[in-house]
Structures are given as C-alpha cells and as structure tokens.
Design a protein around this ligand. Sequence first.
Ligand code: ADP
Length: 360
Amino acid sequence: MAWKLDLNRYCERHRFPVGVLGGAYILGIAFLDYATGTEVSLTVFYLPAIALFSWYYSRPYGISAAILSTLLWFYGDFLGGRWSAHPAIAYWDGSALLGFFLAFSMTLQNLRLRFKKQQELMITTQRVSAEIQKIADMQSQFVSTVSHELKNPLGVIRESMSLILDKLAGEVSGEQRKILEMGKNSAERLIRLVGDLLDLSKIEAGKMKLRPEDMDLGILVTDVLKIYANEISKKRIVLQKEIPPNIGLLWGDRDALIRVVINLVNNAIKYTPEGGCITIKLTGSAREVRCEIADTGPGIPKESFAKLFNKFERVMVERQEGTGLGLAISKDIIELHKGKIWVESEAGKGSKFVFILPRS
Ligand code: ADP
C-alpha cells in the first residue's frame, strides 16, 4: 500500500517528467504496433498512458492523449497495410476507437473530480471537528474554572445562613426565618448545580477517572434506599424491592454508581405522586447485572426519550425543581463502565429507568 501511495505522490509532484514518460510510452506502443503489423493488436496498451494524463493532468491533456493514441494507432496499422480491403473500414474503426478512448478518459476525469471533492470534504470535516473539539474543550475548561470559583463562596453563604438560622447571631423572628430559609434553599440548589456542572465538565474532558473495585450493586441500592426511607414514607409511597441477596459482584466505581442510583431513586420519588408506588428490581447473569427503577409517576412521552439524557434537558419543568443534569451525568458514568442506560415509559403510565453493567 505504501509504495502505491508514494507512486501516486510522485506523479502528483513531478508532473513534467511523468508527462514526458507518458508521451514516450504512447510513441513506444505506436512503434510496436507498427512493427508487429496487423497480427498483433496493442490497442489496450494505450490505455495506461491515457489514464495517466486523464488522472494527473487537466481535461485537455486527457483528451489530447486519447486523440494522439488513436491517430498513432490509425497510422501504425494503416501503414502496416491492414485495411487493404477498403479504406472506409479504417475510418470506421478509427472513429470507434477514438470514441472508446475519449469515454475512458472522461470517465477517469469524472472519477478523479469526485475523488478530489471527497478528499477536500474529508479535510474540511477533519478541520471543523478539530475546531469544534477545541471550542468544546475551552467551554468545558471555562465551566470548570467558573464552577470551582463559585463553589467556595456559595458554601460560605449557605453556612452563614445556617448559623443565623441556628440563632448564633441572636434571636430570629418568624418572618426572618422564612426569608433566610428561602436564601439557604437557593444557595443549596446552586451548590448542587455547580457540583453537577463540575462533574459533567470533568467527565466530558475525560478527566474523570474511575476507581473500580469488586462491589455488590444489591448492597449499594439497599444503602441508597436507606437514605431515602424518610422521604418515601413521608410521601406514603409503597416501595417494592426485588433485590436477590446473591446478585454477585461487579467491577465498578462505588462512588460513581451511588451517584447514578441516587439520581434515579431521587427522580422516582420526586415524580411519583403521594401514595404511588416505586419498584426496584435487580437481576444478574454471568456477564452483567441489570437494575430497574420503576415508578407510577406521570411518565415520559416517547418523543422525549432521545433527548432526556442530554444536558439541561427537562420534560416537565413546571412540576419539579431540578437542573436537568442528573440523567446526563448518570449516562456518562454508566457508559464509562461500558454499560447501558435507557428509559421505558408512556405518558400517564409511569416510567421505568433501566441500566445494565457488565461484571468486568
Ligand atoms: P432533573 O431531575 O434535575 O430535572 P434529570 O436529568 O435527572 O434532571 O432528569 C431530566 C428530566 O427527565 C426531568 O426534568 C424530568 O422531566 C424527566 N424525568 C426524569 N426522571 C423521571 C421520572 N422518574 N418520571 C418522569 N420524568 C422524569
């Protein structure tokens, strides 16, 4: 392959000597044609030279090579006395051959043009994707820097409000408490958003390194459910668990996967109405572990499935507060583990989020 590419490059770069060689080749074939007489037909041997001029030179060169080859062939064979029967046959054969050579040359030139266009398109695409990647990197770097800078002051604001609410700076009236709690909640929301943005920019920049270990997804899910036990009972949600004790180990990053399960369970609780039901089911095979988290919430219309896992994508924004980043982060984490995550749902009939993780 390498020598072919080099030959191609040589022809592209040294067009003059290659052209001289091509011309000499045509003359050589014409001489052979003449010398061997009518017994031996050398018509096809003109084709490489016509191909050379059609491919590496402009259209007039290809056409000239075709005409020159026909003329030389015509005179070679004519002088060789091939058409002693009737000269009209010579003109007829010459025209047919010229037609064939011209068609051959044109086809090659068209192919060459298409090939060139494709090459240019490829180069442009590569350039554009490199630019896009550069902009994405800059954007990710910007988000990461800003998020970092925001995180600490936001933490200080939240803690200061907590201190005032805890009466460390004196008595707090009912009205003041309400206002301070609103401020504290907003600071907490911002801290969550900044944290999500930081994580996402880390994942997108390929800086998130997994720290995998042998872990039991059943234990992880049970631990997450313990965190949410209070909220589940407050909303009088019925929790159905199908978590077999012998689900087995998988090779994964515990902290990252906790994040995924927390996000899915949190969403299920958030979107399930009071008195609804959440079902969590784990199954395992030799190769993978599957986790399903189903709820009896409002469900998700099918047309939103594809964009649901995109950043900042929210379907029923007015109903619940959120950032629209949780599912995007979950998808990235699952894919970093070479797993898959998807949703099954119908509007009005609840949702089921499913992910599978390979064991190793
Ligand atoms: P957030 O919940 O913070 O808005 P997510 O990325 O976790 O962000 O979810 C994106 C969107 O997916 C949500 O805004 C919501 O519209 C939809 N969604 C997620 N989970 C559920 C669910 N269990 N039931 C209905 N809609 C859901």
